[in-house]
Structure formats: C-alpha cells, structure tokens
Design a protein around this ligand. Structure first.
Ligand SMILES: [Mg+2]
Length: 213
C-alpha cells in the first residue's frame, strides 16, 4: 500500500501545465462519503411482497442484486430532497480534496462526473458543499472554477447519456471533455471507471485513482 504523502505528491506532480485544464471528480467515495442511511434501497420479498430497506453498503453485499434486479427499487436516488441532503451532510474526503486544491490553485477548472441521477440538484448541492483551499490558505467556494455545463450525472432520467454501463457513459463524457481541454485529470474510486478511462488511451487524460481509507 502506498503511503498517503507519496500518493498525494505523485498525484499532483508533475502537475501538467495547462492553459485550459480541467479536473473531473467522481462524487461518492471520492469527494465525499454519504451517511450510510441517507439513501436507501428497497427490496421486495418475492413471496410475501413485503418491502425491506437496505443501506447502500448492504445493497452492495446483497447476493440477489445481480440475478434479481426486479426485486429492488431505487426511488430514493430520484428523490430530490434526499439527494440534496445526502451530499450536504456527507463527510468530505480530505485526502482527495487536497488533490483538487492543488489543481485549482494551478488554474484548473472543476467539474463532476457521477453515476447519480438528479443532475441539477447534485450541481446545487455540490456548489453549497464544496470548498477549496486557495494559495493563501483560505477556504473558499469554487465560484467560477465550478463548471456547470461540463458537470454530468449520467443516470439523470431527463437527460440522454449513451452507454451500456456507468463506466462507458463516463468514458464517453471524458472523450468529449478531452477534445475541448488541453489537459483533463479524472479522479474516481471505482476500478471499472478507471479501467474504461484508461482504455481510451487519450494523451491529454491523466487518471488518478481516489485514495481509499
Ligand atoms: Mg465513486
């Protein structure tokens, strides 16, 4: 396991010089960690029809999730109030935010790329939640560095994102962003997303696996 200090230094150095640099962050388990019970998944017992609630962690370990997709209901992910709250009450993941700080200080802009839905609510919540440390050491809102139109929640049911899986949807967005920026830096905790991004083999795309605790 790499040491934290080495990880952060390796992630920001050499910090590619850029005239139009963009840092693209995944949200969950990269920028922040949501409280385990802030968003629930509902599972229906096929025999009794009764519904039980699962936390996202419990769902991730549920053996039925692969073969019985129709037993599960994800309505909380489209509940705007809960989505907003899940971000605002999340725990910031400081180790990854330090990487964000370094790039923002170097003049990069920021956008998010998440497998969530409710894109507009997520934008608002993150703007309210995110702060970065400027070169003077002060915590600040991102302001104009936060690029609204470049930020995407690829499972927003009102928007069209193409791709069979979340990882493919994300890599399609990265491809587009790399056409309009001289350097794009992508930070994500999910191995599948990182693999797909790497498979694009884009020379101006730098990929950083999020630090996991
Ligand atoms: Mg994630």
């Amino acid at each position: 396991m790499k040491k934290l200090k080495e990880y952060i230094i390796e992630s920001i150095k050499p910090l590619p010089k850029s005239v139009s640099g963009l840092i693209v962050f995944d949200i969950d388990d990269t920028l922040l960690r949501v409280k385990p019970d802030s968003i629930k998944i509902y599972k229906k017992d096929p025999n009794t029809g009764k519904e039980i609630t699962l936390t996202t962690d419990e769902f991730a370990r549920d053996a039925d999730a692969v073969n019985h997709k129709d037993w599960f209901d994800y309505r909380d992910f489209n509940n705007e109030g809960l989505v907003y709250k899940s971000i605002i009450e999340g725990t910031p993941l400081i180790k990854n935010l330090k990487i964000m700080d370094a790039y923002l200080q170097a003049g990069y802009n920021f956008c998010f790329l998440t497998a969530r839905g409710c894109e507009d609510i997520v934008k608002q919540a993150l703007k309210d939640f995110l702060r970065y440390k400027d070169t003077d050491g002060q915590l600040k809102a991102l302001g104009k560095k936060f690029k609204d139109t470049l930020s995407h929640a690829v499972n927003d049911i009102t928007k069209e994102y193409h791709g069979e899986t979340d990882a493919i949807k994300k890599s399609n967005i990265l491809k587009k962003l790399c056409k309009t920026h001289d350097t794009v830096v992508f930070v994500d905790d999910d191995t599948k997303n990182l693999q797909w991004a790497r498979s694009l083999k884009l020379p101006n795309l730098k990929i950083i696996p999020a630090w996991k605790d």
